[in-house]
Write a protein of this length. Structure first.
Length: 551
């Protein structure tokens, strides 16, 4: 194994913490994933209400297990060579804090209260509050604070989530002193800052999720938030105006956490960022490259120099922020709220007979469940691949979690049409795959329509690595080659790269990319016969979407 220095990257994903230990040559010396135990048990969530909450204990327990795990896997003494720790997380995943910066759910008065926990990115309970913020932005004289956020504010984002909890929960209203993104809170905690007003809030979550933009001098003024919800006034005051790019230092690891993680005290911590943006950096995103991060959701990220983009505002995407991905360049983000979630839902639907196998009178043999868990998607892909190209099955929309991009509308729902008595489970799976890749095409087309073109497409994330069928379909629909990156831990790798720059091991993010970007694992090439078929089916997808989104 190569010797140090070493850089640790931490990615707080939807289901687990992923840690990667990079050596000085950019090799992955060790990697590990630690699941969240409470989340795995389905605690604090209600899918019917679109409520998805995570307890901070899950994050802290999994963080400790993941870091100690990679250090055990590496050579003896590797911990002494660790120079930095970088953090990224899903977003907007946010929680209320007390005056010392502690999430309220870690306070005994809030045991078991979901409103005191982190509201996961896909929590949509704040629809009404998001719409209130959007209305306030449209009525504000002088500028539209949602101009760089696709023209609307999302219920997935931090101000809507804060407003919702403050409105509905008296205890939260009386105890919350600030709010924080998970990616900002972890470095704040590890550095022992202790005062929410001194938190180094990342440029990435601030710009893409919290309405920060340099054109209006930071966050919108306090008066704007009062017009949307007076309860946000005191929270806004703790945010300040300054934000920090993820290549800058958030502090050093304090003794308590150094001991818990097995790392040297004072290890450099970089400012937190969002997971997809870190993954794009690890994939080598640069001008002319579109980075796809394909997991539970899907993110589409690009960068361009300010002099190239000028005053153009890309309409209908999630954000356009200077320095949010590669410092010194404008970062662009678009997203699908459901990508892997489509297939997770489908598997859960078909697996219902096996959910009660341990109870008396269960509908199916418990011995079959492990085989189904292991082989479900492989069998579906094999069967879908065998369907003749000429077969026209049902059509679907990918809006199970609402539509994020292009043109956010979280009240939209998923749908299927064209079902007959002959429709099979494989037909439904193929329809969901087509819906997912057509949603991707709609986003890429929007970029092109607004003047942002690409000469290379790269992909990472669980779907990119695990599903050749979906990736070939995506390649055929986009009609361009797609490079799938080698690493299983792209976002964690990107976080480690930011940490290395913050620690002074590299002069800039582009230099770190040149030295330690993940290699390409596989390149998909479009198949013209498939592409021609998908052109016709894409029109059907657009027509169905137009009908169901019409007011």
């Amino acid at each position: 194994m190569a010797s140090g220095p070493f850089f640790i990257g931490i990615d707080f994903g939807t289901d687990s913490v992923r840690a990667v230990l990079l050596d000085g040559a950019g090799g992955e010396a060790a990697a590990r994933a630690e699941p969240y135990p409470r989340w795995s048990d389905g605690l604090y969530c209600d899918a019917g209400e679109s409520r998805y909450r995570q307890h901070p204990r899950d994050y802290l327990d999994a963080l400790e297990g993941a870091v100690r795990g990679v250090l055990r896997e590496a050579s003896r003494g590797a911990s002494a060579g660790v120079k930095s720790l970088g953090v990224c997380a899903t977003g907007s995943t946010a929680a209320p804090l007390d005056g010392h910066g502690t999430p309220l759910s870690l306070n005994g008065d809030f045991v078991g209260d979901p409103d005191g926990m982190f509201a996961l990115w896909k929590d949509h309970t704040a629809l009404e509050e998001a719409e209130s913020i959007t209305r306030a932005a449209k009525l504000w004289k002088g500028c539209d604070f949602t101009a760089y956020s696709g023209g609307a504010y999302s219920s997935e984002w931090i101000w809507a989530k804060a407003s919702h909890a403050l409105r509905k929960n008296d205890k939260i209203r009386s105890s919350a002193r600030s709010w924080a993104e998970l990616c900002d809170w972890i470095p704040f905690l590890l550095a022992g800052v202790g005062d929410p007003a001194r938190m180094r809030r990342g440029r990435c979550p601030a710009g893409h999720k919290a309405l920060w933009h340099e054109n209006w001098g930071g966050y919108p003024p306090e008066e704007f938030f009062v017009s949307a919800d007076p309860l946000l006034r005191e929270i806004r005051r703790t945010f300040g105006e300054t934000t920090y790019t993820p290549d800058t230092a958030a502090g050093g690891l304090i003794g308590e956490w150094a001991a818990r993680l097995g790392l040297p005290a004072g290890t450099a911590l970089s400012v937190g960022t969002l997971d997809a943006h870190a993954g794009a950096v690890a994939s080598g995103v640069r001008q002319g490259t579109l980075s796809l991060i394909l997991g539970t959701s899907a993110d589409y990220l690009a960068v361009a120099p300010r002099e190239t983009i000028g005053d153009v505002i890309i309409k209908g995407i999630c954000g356009q922020v200077d320095g949010s991905i590669v410092p010194g360049m404008i970062g662009f983000e678009a997203a699908q709220s459901a990508f892997g979630d489509l297939f997770r839902w489908f598997k859960r639907l078909l697996s219902w007979p096996f959910e009660g196998v341990d109870s008396p009178g269960g509908l199916a043999s418990a011995s079959l469940k492990p085989s189904i868990e292991k082989n479900f998607f492989g069998a579906m892909e094999d069967a879908a691949r065998a369907i003749p190209l000429s077969h026209q099955g049902p059509a679907a929309l990918d809006w199970l979690n609402g539509r994020n991009s292009p043109d956010v509308n979280e009240r939209l729902k998923g749908a299927m049409t064209g079902l007959t008595g002959a429709t099979t489970a494989v037909d439904l799976y193929r329809a969901l795959v087509e819906a997912a890749v057509f949603g991707a095409k709609a986003i890429v087309r929007r970029f092109a329509e607004e003047g942002l073109s690409f000469t290379r497409v790269v992909a990472s994330g669980g779907i990119a690595k695990k599903s050749p069928y979906i990736m070939q379909a995506l390649c055929d629909v986009l009609e361009t080659p797609i490079d799938v990156m080698e690493t299983d831990y792209g976002s964690a790798r990107g976080a480690a790269m930011f940490g290395a720059v913050a620690a002074g091991m590299y002069r800039s993010v582009p230099e770190a990319q040149e030295r330690i970007t993940s290699p390409v694992r596989r390149t998909y090439l479009p198949i013209e016969a498939h592409a021609a078929r998908y052109r016709l089916l894409y029109d059907r997808y657009l027509k169905l979407g137009s009908i169901l989104s019409a007011k």
